[in-house]
Write a protein that binds this ligand. Structure first.
Ligand code: GYE
Length: 341
């Protein structure tokens, strides 16, 4: 304990250095370490270090916004936000910096599932509870307090079942169906679960042919680039499974630029995940067929969990968000009005 106390001065210096050198919390609205304990009031706030994956998608932006607007000083929190810019290395640095700053809690959205043992053990040794949000880390469950997020495998399965039913309705259930998948960041929970869930349904259909699955890193730009290359490589693609909406938007651009058509009235069926508000626009414009919801609004849940832990209570280890899906057969205009992201 003594050792940790002594480090505080160092932490402030280190944080300030990171900030000045431009290597640290670049996108943070408030420079991290050097703001902590600036006033009397800060001492009374619960300090939370949040290591976010990046800003790669609309979903991510909604997730960051939800957490930032829940863990506010008005609600009793001092939030230190670090954007890892899609690099695990940056998340390691952020966590180590949070430990030096003696935050009360670490909130981590792990970019990939592997490689977390050492740094999470360091957090545990420092006595700081770690709450995982959105994505999972494959570590001993002693190393985190709880996890909140989506059941990605169910989402993937739901997508496969949707396609099954859609093809049936179209009278195409017996045809050869040529599929490509734009995958999210490889080894991330969302990629692993969605790929696995969809594959479970594929197994039942010998006539579904997965031509190729390719990493497009959950971004629109990569989605477009990868789709361009797949269109050059394969004739007659029937279905594109996009493991998030932003990659779907990129895929739609590539398809249209290649002079082909997609969506409910086009030749290529587009399945997507997240159901962000721009996906509603794309469905209403007839560009994509369906989006499987993934709820990014983790802020209130996180606030509740920390509140429970602060009052000495226990929380469930694994907590799933509720989810559904939206397709072009629904009244999207009305549904969109009820959506927060
Ligand atoms: O689907 C994607 C984001 O992990 C659920 O990450 C999240 C995924 C989400 O980049 O848009």
């Amino acid at each position: 304990m003594n050792h940790i106390r002594k480090m505080r001065g160092l932490a402030v210096g280190f944080g300030a250095l990171l900030f000045l050198s431009g290597c640290g919390a670049k996108e943070s609205p408030e420079p991290a370490a050097n703001r902590r304990f600036e006033t009397e009031m800060d001492e009374n706030l619960i300090a939370v270090g949040f290591s976010q994956v990046g800003a790669e998608s609309d979903w991510r932006a909604a997730n960051t916004e939800s957490i930032q607007s829940s863990l506010t000083p008005e609600n009793g929190f001092y939030l230190i936000y670090e954007d890892a810019q899609q690099k695990q290395e940056n998340q390691f640095k952020a966590i180590r910096n949070f430990i030096l700053q003696e935050v009360d809690y670490i909130v981590l959205s792990p970019i990939v599932e592997t490689g977390w043992e050492t740094v999470l053990q360091e957090a545990k040794d420092a006595g700081i509870p770690v709450i995982l949000v959105d994505r999972m880390a494959q570590v001993d469950e002693e190393l985190y307090t709880c996890w909140i997020g989506a059941d990605f495998e169910s989402e993937g399965k739901r997508a496969g079942e949707w396609l099954e039913q859609y093809l049936e309705e179209q009278g195409r259930a017996g045809e050869e169906i040529r599929i490509v998948t734009l995958q999210g960041t490889l080894d991330s929970s969302a990629q692993l679960g969605r790929t696995k869930g969809f594959a479970e349904v594929m197994e039942k259909h010998g006539n579904w042919d997965m031509l190729e699955m390719k990493d497009a890193d959950f971004t629109q730009a990569k989605g477009q680039e990868v789709m361009e290359s797949l269109l050059k490589k394969y004739d007659d693609i029937d279905v594109v499974v996009c493991e998030n909406d932003n990659m779907a938007f990129g895929a739609v651009d590539a398809i249209q630029e290649a002079g082909e058509s997609c969506g409910p009235d086009g030749d290529i069926t587009i399945l997507s995940f997240d159901a962000v508000s721009a996906a509603f626009d794309a469905m209403m414009a007839g560009e994509i067929n369906v989006s499987f919801e993934c709820n990014p609004l983790h802020g209130p849940k996180l606030q509740e969990i920390i509140g429970t832990l602060e009052s000495g209570g226990t929380v469930d280890k694994i907590q799933y968000m509720e989810e559904t899906y939206f397709d072009t057969s629904m009244n999207l205009e009305e549904l969109r009005k009820t959506r927060a992201y």
